[in-house]
Design a protein around this ligand. Structure first.
Ligand SMILES: [Zn+2]
Length: 221
């Protein structure tokens, strides 16, 4: 007797569907990637370094950062949304605190908001060059346009602080749980992720290497 016959409907984990659509979206984006369209970076990416998403997706070998970052960011959005939703419905004190924070810090220029996932979480400013300093950086601009809060925020009571600490821990645990379920769901897509990298990324890397080899070879008489 299966679950339905027993009158029990085992709803599938909604994360499975979200992961599948995020992989679809990444696969639609991937053919547009080329090595020249994105600036190289030498700083470590805080989002990708050590991310279990890379291993789950089978992207833990030599894949260009922008390619793997685009997938990691899409997965991060799934976690963020799930945690936001959980916080809103289950963690009233933390939710009130975060909402208050948003109201207090509203306005100003946020260079990191509304970006495509390929750019989300990467440094917006290129590394500065001692010889040619930038006139301004995105980070400075964001700092300058941030309005002064009209009043200092009212302090939290001891009890509020205690509840917030408990709720932060619950939110962390929830995020870890979602992350694990997400990695399991993502591993199922590993074959199509790897096939797409082989089809759209590797030939471009190979032709760059060939080009490099040609320029390094001594001219033949
Ligand atoms: Zn990254």
């Amino acid at each position: 007797m299966n679950a339905e016959d027993r009158g029990v409907t085992d709803a599938p984990d909604p994360i499975i569907g979200r992961v599948s659509s995020a992989v679809d979206s990444w696969l639609r984006w991937l053919p547009s990637w080329s090595p020249g369209t994105h600036r190289g970076r030498s700083r470590m990416c805080r989002r990708c370094t050590g991310s279990p998403v890379l291993a789950a997706a089978g992207l833990d070998t030599d894949v260009p950062h922008q390619v793997s970052h685009a997938l990691v960011s899409r997965m991060q959005r799934i976690i963020d949304r799930a945690v936001d939703n959980y916080t809103e419905h289950e963690l009233p004190t933390l939710h009130a605190e975060l909402t208050g924070e948003e109201i207090w810090n509203a306005g100003g220029f946020e260079p990191g908001s509304g970006l495509d996932p390929e750019y989300e979480g990467v440094d917006l400013d290129p590394e500065s060059d001692e010889e040619q300093p930038f006139l301004f950086t995105m980070a400075e601009l964001a700092e300058q346009t941030k309005p002064e809060p009209p009043l200092p925020r009212p302090p939290l009571s001891q009890e509020e602080k205690r509840r917030i600490r408990v709720e932060i821990e619950l939110a962390d645990r929830y995020a870890q749980d979602i992350g694990q379920r997400m990695c399991f769901a993502l591993a199922v897509h590993r074959p199509r992720v790897q096939a797409a990298v082989q089809r759209f990324v590797e030939p471009q890397i190979q032709s760059l290497l060939d080009e490099l080899t040609r320029t390094l070879e001594p001219p033949t008489e």
